[in-house]
Design a binder for this molecule. Structure first.
Ligand SMILES: Cc1cc2nc3c(=O)[nH]c(=O)nc-3n(C[C@H](O)[C@H](O)[C@H](O)COP(=O)(O)OP(=O)(O)OC[C@H]3O[C@@H](n4cnc5c(N)ncnc54)[C@H](O)[C@@H]3O)c2cc1C
Length: 537
């Protein structure tokens, strides 16, 4: 490919140096021998784990599967210290990977891609960075993340606030001293639930501005038992085989038992045991129908509600924390450490902004319909413009100058979440329409990276220059993704999966609910059938 593309600056440009971009670079440069350049906005590798340094930031996937599987030695040499790794540990891991495979020399840090235009006449992407550099490349591969475009709500008066304010996804690297301060946290999604208990320990006063009460399961962190880790390392082949063929990208054996098939007493005993063990096993290893059947789901939802009422001392606060407007797991499932207990602290106040909406941010704090809250620090734990947000921050234009933003104005349209018609050689890692955020993401990322690398390798062998989704195959996939999501409980909540956290965003369920195992089979079948549904030219 390098020989046939003399007018190109490189064979492939990869955007992003998180889990996706790093592995993509390794594949393209070191295995396929292509010239590849990576552009990364941050000044180092890590992606999510470079940006999200808020107090309490950690992973909800268990450490031994929140990593790459592609290198046996890497798997054997890295030692995780806990059940769920904290942000600094995952960042160290990704730095270790970058060093181990000498990846940094191909990455331009502190560099954002601002536009990428497809030149139809010459079949190449012209990519412009914020440094003013324009680079031509055969392939444009996005490892820009599903959750990398932070969302700060447009609250009137935000610029007037005289104190400090931070988004959890852009937390200062030097940390923030919250000791003895009056802190307001807006948002109770995953970042809020993780950070609130930790902030409460430092702050003089903490006000939590809650719009949506959450179901969250105790994580039960603990140091990973050495014997457990040794066992994992000895059995990694089998663990990855299970994870890669599972629905969620984790090697948990599904329980073949309905929540409605047992007595209430037995059911609650199962829930209690799962609650004590902690983590996502509450969902995956209790009953097989709590994420599918509304009646089964209600038994789990009700169990968690009863736990909230049990943990939180003040009944009025407890009732405000109890979710009643959406079923458990219809939003991203959360796990926490001491989240509900935190509301028993004297220095913590829950402010229900459904009841009394935020009216404005003032010089001194936050004004709701009911009261003024004087604050030194405002923390926006308000999440991300998920999945499409990072794409729309780049001016991506395909054939005939068509903007991706226009093409996706009614919701993202992809074939397999990898390609979109009219944008040849734009290949997306965990794009909308793939399992992505519904899975343990390193497993999904590896599958996409490997599929893309194999595709480029096949194209090279066959002398093909471009690959692009066929419009009909794309339409069929979009319909399939929607049809799969429609009957699920996911449609019953206003979640970021549906774009509901972004004013004006079309209400479209973006990830693919079919599961990583079934999805992998589909991608492999497509490739085996000569890239069915793609046009190779
Ligand atoms: C707080 C938090 C907790 C999470 N917990 C879990 C979990 O428990 N389990 C799980 O599986 N997943 C979790 N995730 C999802 C997580 O994003 C993925 O697991 C994984 O890190 C994604 O890797 P990535 O490389 O695809 O994207 P990212 O890690 O998001 O990296 C994308 C990179 O692209 C860069 N970039 C974007 N646009 C541009 C541009 N225009 N120019 C240059 N650079 C650009 C960004 O700076 C970023 O560094 C979590 C996410 C968050 C935010």
């Amino acid at each position: 490919m390098t020989n046939s593309a003399k007018s190109l600056d490189c064979d492939a440009i990869v955007i992003g140096a998180g889990f996706a971009g790093l592995y993509m670079l390794r594949k393209l440069r070191d295995e396929l021998g292509l010239t590849a350049r990576v552009f990364e906005r941050g000044d180092n590798v890590g992606g999510t784990w470079y940006w999200n340094r808020y107090p309490g930031a950690r992973c909800d996937s268990e450490s031994y599967i929140y990593c790459y599987s592609f290198d046996r030695e890497l798997l054997q040499e890295w030692e995780w210290s806990g059940k769920y790794p904290e942000q600094p540990e995952i960042l160290s891991y990704l730095n270790h990977v970058a060093d181990r495979f000498d990846l940094r020399r191909s990455i331009d840090f502190n560099t954002s891609v601002v536009s990428a235009h497809y030149d139809d006449a010459r079949d190449r992407w012209e990519v412009t960075t914020d440094k003013g550099e324009v680079i031509a490349s055969r392939f444009l591969i996005t490892g820009i993340g599903c959750l990398s475009a932070g969302q700060v709500p447009d609250i009137q008066g935000r610029e007037l606030f005289k104190g400090e304010s931070y988004h959890t996804g852009a937390w200062p690297h030097e940390g923030v001293d919250l000791q003895g301060k009056r802190v307001g946290v807006i948002g109770t999604g995953s970042s809020g639930v993780q950070s609130i208990p930790v902030i409460a320990r430092d702050a003089a006063q903490l006000f939590v501005f809650q719009r949506t009460p959450q179901y969250t399961i105790p994580a039960r962190h603990g140091t990973v038992d050495k014997a457990f880790l040794d066992n994992v390392k000895a059995n990694y082949d089998e663990i990855w085989r299970e994870a890669k063929t599972s629905a969620g990208g984790a090697p948990y054996t599904p329980i073949d038992r309905s929540a409605l098939s047992v007595s209430e007493e037995e059911r609650n005993a199962v829930y209690e045991d799962a609650w004590q063990q902690g983590g996502f096993k509450f969902v995956l290893a209790s009953f097989n129908d709590i994420v599918i059947d509304p009646r089964a789901n209600e038994t789990a939802s009700e169990f968690i509600r009863s736990k909230i009422r049990e943990i939180v001392n003040d009944p009025v606060t407890a009732e405000k924390l109890v979710p009643k407007d959406h079923p458990f797991t219809s939003k991203r499932a959360l796990i926490d450490t001491d989240y509900f207990d935190t509301y028993n602290r004297d220095n913590v106040t829950l402010v229900d902004i459904r009841e009394s909406p935020i009216q404005e941010i003032t010089e001194t704090g936050i004004r709701t319909a009911a009261a003024d809250y004087d604050l030194d620090v405002i923390v926006f734990a308000t999440g991300f413009d998920a999945m499409t947000g990072p794409y729309f921050k780049i001016d991506i234009r395909g054939k005939d100058g068509v903007a991706l933003k226009e093409k996706w104005s009614a919701g993202p349209r992809t074939y397999l979440g990898i390609s979109t018609a009219g944008f040849p050689n734009l290949l997306m890692i965990t794009g909308p329409g793939s399992p992505s955020v519904l899975s343990n993401m390193p497993v999904s990322i590896e599958q996409h990276v490997e599929w893309i690398a194999d595709t480029i390798s096949t194209m090279r062998a066959q002398g093909k220059q471009t690959i692009e989704a066929d419009a009909q195959a794309e339409a069929d996939w979009v319909e399939h993704v929607n049809a799969m999501a429609q009957p699920t409980l996911f449609m019953q909540a206003d979640s970021w999966y549906l774009g509901a956290n972004i004013p004006g965003k079309p209400r479209v369920f973006m990830p693919y609910v079919g599961g990583v195992g079934a999805y992998r089979i589909k991608c492999d079948e497509v490739a085996a059938a000569g890239y069915e549904g793609f046009v190779l030219a």
